[in-house]
Design a protein around this ligand. Sequence first.
Ligand code: F6P
Length: 345
Amino acid sequence: MTDQTASPVPSSLTPEPAHPNPQGVRRVAVLTSGGDAPGMNAAIRAVVRTAASQGIEVVGVRRGFSGLHRGELQLLGPRDVANTIQRGGTILLTARSHTWRTPEGRTRGAQHLRDWNVDGLIVIGGDGSFHGAHYLQQEHGIPVIGVPGTIDNDLYGTDHTIGYFTAVETALDAVDKLRDTGASHERIFVIEVMGRHAGHIALDVAVAGGAEEVFIPEDAKDVSCVLDVVRQSVAKGKTGSIIIVAEGYPGGAQGVADAIQAGTGMETRVSILGHIQRGGSPVSSDRVLASRLGEAAVYALMEGRSDVMVGRQNHGITFIPLNDTWEKRKDVNRDLYRCAKTLSV
Ligand code: F6P
């Protein structure tokens, strides 16, 4: 019921001024796709509420491109995203779609978007999801904007991806705990973190977790280098050693542990952190990043942009052609290698 006695809305709460909308965008769709990442809900919320501030409706697509192909669409209002900014996972659900890889699958999805009078689609995900968005735009002329959401931080054109900061915190928390037990038993712990093709998580966790050595897919160094590291660690009087391995390093953590066991006979344990790194409440850096990118994605569609990812570089918003996000390579910060080594002296 409306409170008739309420005073007028104070000026600080007046609605956002209208953003230029030369395309006359009236309705946009949003989906999450690929591996989930903490902060995806914050991004969905930002899309829905930015759109609402501009008088634009939002259609949420459930289960990523699979759901788009099947027509799983529903209107999302500002209250539908209440109490979601702090939640991990994605309220829209996600999937890795096989049907979307076929032109027929994409044609059906495009038809659903037309049936719902959608003027543009925002895709929150990683490079596989951006491929799907790119083809939709190329084949059906539907404007698409990518929002980088993956814990792996492996997308060119943005300093960080949504979910990365939280994943690093989660992995670091586990490393700290494993260090306690490892030191008590004077064992070597070889800890595997996620990153099928990228070592960003591994390098940050190695420095922040005080690891003696780190292995990443971007650097094919021979596993035997770890033998000297662990021998020296004992000679220096260390009570335990932490070795970080990105899952994409050939052989993974088990391969590194086997090499240590065979080469030194030292007591070694393996801990594979796995999908725990994809869950949990997003840390503040992921919430802020997701909020800014979700907002920017709506404005980008209104400005007539398409086939680009909104990214953040040096604190500013950037627009990167979608195909650059997978064709160009974002290198890991190799200074972290040196830093981890120097500090493990
Ligand atoms: O989201 C990216 C990622 O975390 C990779 O690092 C990992 O290899 C992959 O997801 C595993 O995902 P799934 O088990 O869902 O296929």
